[in-house]
Design a protein around this ligand. Structure first.
Ligand SMILES: Nc1nc2c(ncn2[C@@H]2O[C@H](COP(=O)(O)OP(=O)(O)OP(=O)(O)O)[C@@H](O)[C@H]2O)c(=O)[nH]1
Length: 368
């Protein structure tokens, strides 16, 4: 699926910059356009990987170019006068081949919380393609951060076609702060988003004999009610199963040419697909949720074609349907002939029960 990504505020800009880098590294291009908008000019200056003309400051008269320091009202005031000015550079990037717009923001910050729904609204006035938001939830128990987040989630719920949640709290190691762990957090979320968007862009030549995910399946999964959370797991593949079989030449060939199809043991491949799927669903999600509150799901199996055993994918999908007790489960392949990794991305959508959201709401209620 080809997307245009717009980072709003500090976290939004940094994550979009990372998406930009991820997209450049992949064989499949999924990022049709990207830019960052912020009330903090210093934060924009630090986004080295994004070209200068993809970074735009707004709300300078409200914030003096120094951000809002967590003041949601200030973030809202900053965008209200400049909706059209902020929309214009985004407009210039959106071409007819873009399938969806993806806004990215940390909802605890004044800029991310105050401006994101407003920007979504401005885009919806002219675009008929879906508008999604990657909504980053704060770590910790700060009242103001919680209040900004809950208000932004509500405003976005009324505006966007779907929100993918990423919970910093769930991904911080003990003793870490968002500042010190930002690189790792952003890499985690971008690995999953990249896997999702690239899946819908697999080329036909890679896909012979495979059932490839297309953009409409991603859109049908993400859109509509409830939140989305992403699960992901990957496994390095060893075509010679431990190194005891196969000549050194074969092993070198497999390693450097990715030519492992001759050696793939079907049972080993079947087990690898099944195990990786279970790890993706039962491992840490971008935001933890009650699995029985999932309404729709999509599983994307990526790996060398010889490892994407049809029966394993079909059985995996059946297992997922039972696990989630959800009738609407889609699946597809993303053949990556030149890689020796198998990965599974699981998109869980229409989710209504997320413990972290309950925690944040309780914090807000207690502080009122
Ligand atoms: N995952 C991740 N979260 C971040 C990052 N930077 C900040 N955050 C989170 O996002 C929240 C908002 O921070 P920013 O995005 O810098 O704030 P902003 O939207 O620019 O708003 P103001 O600076 O208050 O005007 C923080 O409270 C953190 O929870 C980042 O690089 N990655």
């Amino acid at each position: 699926m080809r997307v245009a990504a717009v980072g709003i505020g500090g976290a939004g800009g940094r994550i979009v910059e990372r998406l930009w880098q991820d997209n450049e590294r992949r064989e499949t291009t999924y990022l049709g356009a990207a830019c960052a908008v912020d009330t903090d000019t210093e934060a924009l200056d630090e986004l080295d990987a994004l070209p200068d003309d993809r970074r735009h400051a707004f709300g300078l008269s409200e914030t003096n170019g120094a951000g809002t320091n967590g003041d949601r009202t200030n973030g809202t005031a900053a965008i209200e006068d400049e909706r059209l000015e902020v929309r214009r550079p985004i407009d210039q990037l959106v071409t007819s081949d873009i399938d969806a717009l993806v806004l990215v923001a940390g909802l605890a910050g004044g800029t991310g919380s105050g401006a994101t729904a407003n920007i979504a609204d401005a885009l919806r006035e002219i675009y008929t393609i879906p508008v999604y938001c990657l909504s980053v939830l704060p770590a910790g128990r700060d009242d103001e951060a919680a209040a900004n987040t809950i208000q932004a989630l509500r405003a976005l719920e009324a505006t966007v076609d779907g929100q993918i949640l990423f919970d910093n709290e769930a991904w911080l190691g003990s003793g870490q702060t968002v500042e010190t762990a930002a690189e790792t957090l952003n890499e985690t979320v971008v690995t999953r988003l990249g896997a999702l968007f690239a899946a819908g862009e697999a080329t036909a030549s890679d896909a012979v004999g495979q059932s490839v995910v297309d953009a409409s399946e991603i859109i049908n999964t993400l859109s509509d009610s409830g939140f989305t959370t992403l699960g992901y797991a990957s496994q390095d593949l060893q075509a010679d199963d431990g190194g005891s079989d196969g000549t050194v030449i074969d092993q070198l060939k497999n390693r450097f040419l990715g030519d492992n199809s001759d050696d793939v043991d079907e049972i080993e491949a079947y087990n690898a697909v099944e195990t990786t799927l279970r790890r993706a669903v039962r491992g840490k999600l971008t935001a933890q949720c009650e699995l029985d509150s999932v309404d729709r799901a999509l599983a994307v199996f990526a790996g060398p074609p010889a490892w994407l055993i049809r029966d394993a994918v079909t059985d995996g999908r059946r297992w997922l349907t039972e696990e989630l007790q959800s009738p609407e489960v889609r699946s597809g392949d993303m053949p990556t002939p030149d890689r020796d990794t198998l990965s599974v991305l699981v998109v869980l959508s229409g989710v209504t029960e997320l413990p972290r959201l309950v925690e944040l709401k309780t914090l807000v209620d207690e502080s009122e």
